[in-house]
Design a protein around this ligand. Structure first.
Ligand SMILES: [Fe+2]
Length: 374
C-alpha cells in the first residue's frame, strides 16, 4: 500500500490470471488512493468479496475457470454497488460490450495506457457515487414523506381533540365520556376479531361520536330535568351535525365517519337519523352504540338515578339485544367481561390518565333518555 492510502480508503479488487498485469494495475490504483486486493481467478475474487467491502473491481474477461462475465454476474448478486471495469483484448470487444449490458461500468482494451486506466476508473467511480447518492436521496425522501404523513395525522388528531374539548366545556357531563366510549369500543372490536385498522377507526369514531352536540343548545345539553319531546328531538340532531362537521376531515376514515352518523341507530329501525334496520347499520356503529350505552348506564347524571354496575349494565344490554342493540356485540361484551378484558374506566379524564385498573362504581338505574343524552 502506498504512503498516500489512508485507513478508510476504498477497496479495489484486481482480478487477472496474469500476475504481471495485476501488479501494474495495483500500482496505478494505489497511486490513486485505493487499498488494493488481488485475485488470480474468479473464485479467489469471490472470496475477497466475502471479506471486504469492495468499491471497485478491475477484472479480466478471459480467465481460466470462471469467466469474467460469470464473475461480474456473481459479484453483482452479492454486492450490487461494486463498480466493475472489465479488461479485454481487442478481439473480445463484443463480449466487453455485452458486459456493459450486464452491469459493468466500463471496459479497458489491452494494451492500455496508465492515464486511460485512471480516467476510466475515475468515471466509473463517479457513476457509482451518483447511483449511491441518488439511492440515499430516495431513501431520505421516503423517510421525509412518512414523517410528514405522521405529522399531518398528529395535527389532525390535535384538531379532533380540540373539538372534543370544546364539547366538554359546553357539556361538562361528557367529560371523559368520549375517551371511555372509545376505549370500550376498541376492546369490543378486538374481542370481535376485527382487523387492527378497523379497530383504529372504531377508536377514532368512538372518540368523536358526540361531536355534533356542539350544535345542541346548552340549555338542553345541561338540563337536569327530563327532556320534552321537542328537546329530545333537538338533541338527536347531533349524529347528523357531527357527520356534517367531520365529513370533510374524515375522508380517509370512512368507518369512523359512519360511526358518528349511525351510533343512535337501533336494530329494530327505530333509531336516528336514518332509521336503518339490523344489518343495514354499519357494524362498527353498532359496536360504538353498545359502548356508548355501557358508559351511559354506568355514569351518574342529574336526570337519572345512580349508576349501574357493569354486570347490571350487561343485563340491561342483554334485555335490549336484538331490538336496540346487536346481539353479537352484546355477546362480545359478556365475553370481554368474563375474560377480564372489559372493566369500567374511571369517571374523569384526569382519573383516566392516572388509573389503569378497573374501577367499580355504585348502583343506579338507566333509561332510554339517559342513553341518548350520553
Ligand atoms: Fe350520541
Amino acid at each position: 500500500m502506498s504512503a498516500g492510502v489512508v485507513g478508510n480508503a476504498p477497496y479495489c479488487l484486481v482480478v487477472d490470471d496474469e500476475e504481471r498485469l495485476r501488479q501494474v494495475l495495483m500500482h496505478i490504483m494505489r497511486g490513486d488512493g485505493f487499498r488494493c486486493l488481488e485475485a488470480g481467478s474468479g473464485e479467489e475474487a469471490l472470496e475477497h468479496l466475502q471479506r471486504h467491502p469492495i468499491s471497485l473491481m478491475l477484472s479480466d474477461l478471459k480467465m481460466p475457470g470462471m469467466s469474467g462475465v460469470e464473475l461480474l454476474r456473481r459479484v453483482h448478486e452479492q454486492q450490487p454497488d461494486v463498480a466493475v471495469v472489465m479488461i479485454t483484448a481487442v478481439p473480445d470487444v463484443e463480449a466487453a460490450v455485452s458486459c456493459l449490458a450486464s452491469g459493468a461500468m466500463d471496459y479497458l482494451l489491452k494494451p492500455f495506457h496508465i492515464e486511460e486506466v485512471r480516467v476510466r476508473v475515475a468515471k466509473a467511480m463517479d457513476r457509482r457515487r451518483l447511483v449511491l447518492e441518488n439511492r440515499h436521496y430516495q431513501e431520505r425522501l421516503k423517510e421525509r414523506v412518512v414523517a410528514q404523513a405522521s405529522r399531518l395525522e398528529e395535527m389532525f388528531f390535535a384538531g379532533v381533540q380540540a373539538l372534543a374539548e370544546a364539547l366538554e366545556l359546553k357539556d361538562p357531563y361528557t367529560r371523559g365520556h368520549s375517551v371511555r366510549v372509545s376505549q370500550y369500543s376498541s376492546i369490543l372490536g378486538r374481542t370481535l376479531g376485527l382487523d387492527e385498522e378497523v379497530v383504529r377507526q372504531i377508536e377514532l369514531g368512538g372518540h368523536v361520536h358526540d361531536i355534533g352536540k356542539i350544535g345542541v343548545r346548552e340549555a338542553v345539553l345541561n338540563k337536569t330535568e327530563p327532556l320534552t319531546a321537542d328537546e329530545y328531538e333537538h338533541i338527536m340532531i347531533h349524529p347528523l351535525v357531527g357527520w356534517r362537521v367531520l365529513a370533510p376531515l374524515l375522508g380517509e376514515a370512512p368507518i369512523a365517519l359512519s360511526i358518528v352518523r349511525s351510533h343512535h341507530e337501533r336494530m329494530d329501525g327505530r333509531g336516528v337519523p336514518d332509521g336503518l334496520v339490523g344489518e343495514a347499520i354499519p357494524f362498527e356503529a353498532r359496536i360504538v352504540a353498545v359502548a356508548d350505552a355501557i358508559d351511559a348506564m354506568t355514569s351518574g347524571r342529574p336526570y337519572r338515578g345512580n349508576e349501574l354496575t357493569l354486570e347490571q349494565a350487561l343485563a340491561e344490554l342483554q334485555r335490549n339485544a336484538g331490538t336496540q342493540f346487536d346481539a353479537r356485540v352484546v355477546a362480545a361484551v359478556e365475553k370481554a367481561v368474563v375474560r377480564g378484558e372489559l372493566c369500567l374506566l374511571p369517571r374523569t379524564t384526569d382519573q383516566f390518565a392516572a388509573v389503569t385498573g378497573a374501577v367499580r362504581i355504585g348502583l343506579a338505574q338507566t333509561s332510554s333518555e339517559a342513553l341518548v343524552r350520553d
